[in-house]
Design a protein around this ligand. Structure first.
Ligand SMILES: [Mg+2]
Length: 395
C-alpha cells in the first residue's frame, strides 16, 4: 500500500531551546557547545551566516567570532523540550518513530480522512502547534517513503538557507510522484540518507553520480553489487515504502492536551471552559485505551510564554472527566492570577495504569461508578451525534 510519510525536524534545536529560556538571544548569533565546552554542536542561522562551522573546537574559534554568544549545553533541558515536541506529534498520530532528539518520522497514511483536510494542511497544523505550544520551529519533509521524506526535509532546510526564513510561509517541502525524477536528478547519490562513503565510491566507479542514475540501474545489477539493501533503497527512492515507520506501541506515560486561545485571555471562566474541553479529550483517550490516571497537572501559559503549573496525585485512579474537572477547578483557582494575560491552558494525565487491573477501593463508592457510567454514555453520544454534542458547564 502507498504510504504518506513525513519527517519532522526541529531547526537548530539546542539553540532554539536556549532561546526559550533567553528570548533576548533571538536574532543574535548563538552557538551551543558540547560537553565541557569542547566544540560547536548547534548554531543559529546568524552564526551559520557568519561562517561558524559545525563541530568547530571552541578554543580555536572563540577569538575569531567575538560577536557570537557561546553557551554550554544543557541536555536535560533539551530532552524535556524534545519530549514536549514529540507529545505534540502524538496528538496527530500514534504512528511515530522518534529518530533522534529532534527528529521523528510520522506515518500519516489515511489521516486526510480523519482530519478532513489535505496532508499539507495537517502538516501546517503540526508546525503551528509546535511553534505555539512549545515555541520551537520545525522543518518538515513530506513524501511516500522515509528516504524521500528525509530528502524533502533537507530541501526545506536548503530553501531556508537561501531565502530569508521569515519569507517561507510553509516550512514544508513535498516530493510528489511527479517531482521524483526531477528531484533525484538534482541530488547526488552521496546526499541520500543511508548512503555512506564506501557505497558512494563503488557507485562512482560505475559512473553513477546522481540518485536518478542509481534508480535507473537494473535490479539484477543493484542486487549483485549492493544486495537487498540496494534494492530496498531503489524502491524507497521511487516512492515505495519498504522501511516502515517503526512506532513503539507501548502504553503512553502520559496523555496531554493544550491549545492556544484564539485571542489572549484574562477571563477565568473562559479558561476553565477550554480546560474542560481538554480534560474531556484526554479522558476520551484514556477510556479508548482502557487506562486510568493517578496524577494530573494543569498548565497555564502567559502571553509572554511564562509557564506555571500544578500537579496533584489522586487517591484513586480515574478516567472520568466529572471527577477531573472538580480537581482541575481547584488547581486553576490557585494558578490563575487576575490582571495576567494568558495565551493557552493545558491538561496532562500521568501515572497511567490499566483500568482492567484496578483495585476496586472500598472508598470508591457508588458516586464514582455513577460518574464513570455517565462518562461512557458521553462517548456513545459523541459517536452517534458527533464531537461537541455535549459541553461541560461551569458551576
Ligand atoms: Mg534538527
Amino acid at each position: 500500500m502507498k504510504r504518506v510519510i513525513a519527517l519532522v525536524d526541529c531547526n537548530n534545536f539546542f539553540v532554539s531551546c536556549e532561546r526559550l529560556l533567553k528570548p533576548e538571544l533571538i536574532g543574535k548569533p548563538v552557538c551551543v557547545l558540547s560537553n565541557n565546552d569542547g566544540c560547536v554542536v548547534s548554531r543559529s542561522n546568524e552564526a551559520k551566516k557568519m561562517g561558524v562551522n559545525m563541530g568547530a573546537p571552541y578554543f580555536m574559534i572563540k577569538n575569531q567570532f567575538k560577536k557570537v554568544v557561546f553557551l554550554s549545553g544543557n541536555l536535560p533541558f533539551y530532552c524535556e523540550i524534545s519530549k514536549r515536541v514529540m507529545d505534540k506529534l502524538y496528538d496527530f498520530t500514534p504512528d511515530i518513530e522518534i529518530y533522534s532528539i529532534d527528529e521523528a518520522f510520522l506515518d500519516l497514511t489515511g489521516l486526510r480522512k480523519t482530519f478532513k483536510c489535505s496532508y499539507e494542511d495537517i502538516i501546517k497544523k503540526i508546525v503551528e502547534d509546535i511553534k505555539n505550544e512549545v515555541g520551537i520551529d520545525v522543518s518538515v519533509g513530506l513524501s511516500y517513503s522515509k528516504v524521500l521524506a528525509k530528502l524533502a526535509c533537507e530541501k526545506t532546510k536548503n530553501l531556508q538557507k537561501t531565502l530569508k526564513e521569515e519569507l517561507i510561509e510553509n516550512k514544508t517541502y513535498k516530493i510528489g510522484y511527479r517531482e521524483i525524477e526531477k528531484e533525484l536528478k538534482a541530488t547526488l547519490i552521496s546526499e541520500i540518507w543511508g548512503v555512506g562513503k564506501n557505497t558512494t565510491a563503488l557507485l562512482k566507479k560505475h559512473l553513477i553520480q546522481t540518485a536518478w542514475d542509481f534508480v535507473s540501474q537494473e535490479d539484477i545489477w543493484i542486487k549483485k553489487n549492493l544486495g537487498k539493501v540496494g534494492l530496498d533503497l531503489k524502491q524507497e527512492l521511487l516512492g515505495n515504502s519498504i522501511n516502515p515507520v517503526k512506532s513503539i506501541q507501548e502504553a503512553p506515560k502520559s496523555i496531554s492536551r493544550s491549545e492556544s486561545f484564539k485571542e489572549f485571555q484574562t477571563d477565568k471562566n473562559f479558561i476553565q471552559k477550554e480546560l474542560n474541553a481538554h480534560i474531556h479529550k484526554v479522558c476520551k483517550k484514556l477510556r479508548s485505551q482502557n487506562l486510568l490516571t493517578g496524577c494530573i497537572s494543569v498548565m497555564l501559559r502567559t502571553k509572554d510564554f511564562q509557564i506555571s503549573d500544578i500537579k496533584i496525585n489522586l487517591v484513586n485512579p480515574v478516567n472520568s472527566e466529572f471527577e477531573l474537572v472538580e480537581h482541575s477547578k481547584q488547581i486553576l483557582d490557585k494558578l490563575f492570577k487576575k490582571d495576567i494575560v494568558y495565551r493557552s491552558v493545558g491538561f496532562c494525565a500521568m501515572k497511567l495504569t490499566s483500568a482492567s487491573t484496578r483495585q476496586i477501593s472500598i472508598f470508591d463508592g457508588e458516586e464514582s461508578i455513577k460518574k464513570e457510567n455517565l462518562s461512557k454514555s458521553w462517548d456513545k453520544l459523541e459517536e452517534k451525534f458527533g464531537k461537541g454534542i455535549i459541553k461541560m458547564g461551569i458551576k
